[in-house]
Design a protein around this ligand. Structure first.
Ligand code: GLC
Length: 567
């Protein structure tokens, strides 16, 4: 049996003697500063239009070359990662399982399957490499000094970007990254076989959900790869720069929306089923903010990118102001909302979103602690989703989307509400669960998302690594370590305090395993951890206040910025 390797993707063409595919943009990207406030990328021929092809090339030259040139990525500065203390038996088992989950394409590692339970006879799409699920695996490998799999993953998923797939004859936007991909073996003539990468943009996914978070995670991982390996050449490549720009263009394109936050459909992130998170969910906003900060660091500054960089900066300022100001709740703020006047018509309104005080749920009045606070799950006209969503709040800390005081407030709240959010197995995906009528209407009577199960208040060990380097993380990891391996690394846990293995949880779930390893390594390598997290950016604050003050003709100053934005 002979396996040849070929990427099942957009074909490559030679136009006027210049080898190209749509991804090799150097000769085909034209930029134009139009009436938009950022650069647009035009790809000659468009995505679904066959270019003026004269010759087809079978091999993906870019990738073939990459594989030839593949470097053993090691950052001399990061030697400390590999020393450190002796691994425990649980860690050793986790590493063995993680390595078993590795997927290869043409003989090279390119990702990890979502779950790897040998007894699972119906894996659905859990035998695929999910973009979001691979992130903790990637961090584990990077922190171990093994960059190759991450580099391959970044380059191969880049090739899948905007594959010509359709849902009801409609193609996904250019720049969209798939939710997942699978390596398939396809039979050719003469007993030969070839491997192909087959992406899923949501057209096969349950509920046909659009993976908005994939591109954001891809950018975040690209930056982390550079930081942890020292191989910055990857992010400087023309095709990689173009990949970043395509994702940004998709996120920054104009629509009908009035807010700087990203407007998305339900189920467009880790919670990939209907859970009432359409609109402007915190998780997407926090990842968006992180991806913008990463992009600002990585985009090569030249005439072609300056408008895009300006748009990124403006959006960063506006987004952080918006989230800090309107998503934050603590005891004081809830008390303000409790006394809100409604139906205010003017630009000066206090209750800008016309929130009716009756909306403050009974649970929240009792639950909100004296100390600390958090960012709410979503904000729409006349609607604040007061549920606590863990990933969004943790990424607000990681990316400094929140002010230093707010970030500390979130940690205080987690500590004060330990039994609710950590319980017997860290961490609750959201709190509280939707019950009764709310469950029926909001989830559409989803039997997988019954109260305190799965996305509806289940506990997900993979969230652990996103607690980063804080002291609470250690306590949470210690409690997880005792159970995870005994329970065979479940995907999630059920019940109010995470006592039971999830009703339909997969076992040997890769991101539970990788999340555990990554969180341990981040704790042990504080220096590495700090490379991955962001501090407050005062320039952004200054921008933000400048924009606000222009109308009132206030003079901009850094001090003014700091004092105005809830520091
Ligand atoms: C479930 C999760 C999703 C994850 C996928 C693969 O669909 O909701 O976040 O990416 O499983 O593990």
């Amino acid at each position: 049996m002979l396996a040849t390797c070929q990427t099942n993707k957009r074909p490559h063409y030679v136009i006027a003697g210049v080898p190209s595919n749509i991804k090799n943009f150097s000769t085909f990207v034209e930029t134009s500063v139009s009436d938009k406030n950022f650069e647009r990328i035009y790809v000659q021929g468009g995505l679904n239009v066959k270019p003026l092809a004269v010759e087809k090339i079978d091999l993906d030259e870019g990738v073939a070359k990459d594989q030839e040139d593949r470097i053993k990525v090691e950052n001399p500065e990061n030697e400390s990662v590999k020393v450190g203390k002796e691994e425990s038996e649980v860690e050793k088992e986790a590493w063995r399982l993680l390595r078993n989950a590795v997927v290869t394409y043409c003989g090279s590692p390119v990702g990890t399957v979502a779950a790897n339970d040998p007894n699972d006879k119906l894996p659905l799409n859990y035998d695929q490499v999910f973009i979001r699920d691979f992130v903790p695996s990637a961090f584990a490998f990077l922190l171990k000094g093994e960059g190759e799999i991450v580099r391959n993953f970044l380059l191969h998923t880049l090739q899948l970007q905007s594959w010509e797939k359709t849902v009801d004859c409609y193609s996904p936007g250019q720049g969209l990254m798939p939710a997942s991909f699978k390596v398939r073996t396809v039979a050719l003539d003469d007993n030969k076989f070839e491997e192909v990468l087959d992406p899923d943009f949501g057209e096969s996914a349950i509920g046909r959900v659009a993976p908005v978070d994939s591109g954001l995670w891809w950018i975040i991982l690209l930056r982390a790869y550079g930081k942890l390996t020292g191989d910055y050449a990857l992010q400087e490549r023309v095709d990689v720069q173009t990949g970043i720009k395509l994702i940004l263009n998709l996120c920054l394109s104009d629509g009908f929306d009035m807010f700087p936050s990203l407007l998305v459909t339900d189920g467009s992130c880790m919670i990939d089923r209907r859970m009432g998170i359409h609109g402007h969910p915190l998780e997407i906003q926090a990842l968006f903010y992180s991806a913008l900060r990463c992009s600002r660091e990585m985009l090569a500054l030249d005439d072609g990118s300056k408008n895009l960089v300006r748009a990124v900066n403006n959006r960063l300022s506006a987004l952080s102001f918006h989230i800090r100001e309107y998503y934050w709740v603590d005891l004081k703020k809830i008390n303000e909302i409790y006394r809100y006047k409604t139906e205010e018509y003017s630009t000066e309104a206090t209750n800008k979103f016309n929130i009716y005080p009756e909306q403050i749920s009974g649970w929240l009045m009792h639950w909100i602690p004296e100390e600390g606070g958090y960012f709410i799950g979503n904000l729409q006209p006349a609607h604040m989703d007061f549920r606590f969503f863990t990933l969004g709040n943790l990424w607000s800390i990681v990316s400094s989307l929140g002010t230093p005081k707010q970030n500390e407030g979130i940690l205080n709240l987690i500590e004060a509400k330990w039994d609710d959010l950590i319980g017997q197995m860290p961490l609750k995906i959201c709190y509280p669960a939707l019950e009764s009528e709310e469950w029926r209407i909001i989830t559409g009577s989803d039997p997988k998302n019954t109260p305190w199960s799965y996305h509806n208040g289940g506990s997900w060990p993979t969230l652990l690594w996103q607690m980063g380097r804080n002291d609470l993380a250690k306590k949470a990891i210690d409690s997880a370590e005792k159970r995870l391996h005994v329970d065979r690394w479940p995907e999630y846990y059920d019940t109010r305090n995470g006592k039971f293995i999830g009703k339909q949880a997969r076992l040997y779930q890769t991101w539970s395993i990788a999340g555990f390893l990554t969180s341990k390594m981040l704790l042990e390598n504080q220096e590495m951890a700090s490379l991955l997290f962001w501090e407050e950016d005062y320039d952004l604050l200054e921008n933000c206040v400048c924009a606000l003050s222009n109308s009132s003709r206030k003079k901009c100053s850094r001090r003014l910025a700091k004092s105005q934005i809830l520091v």
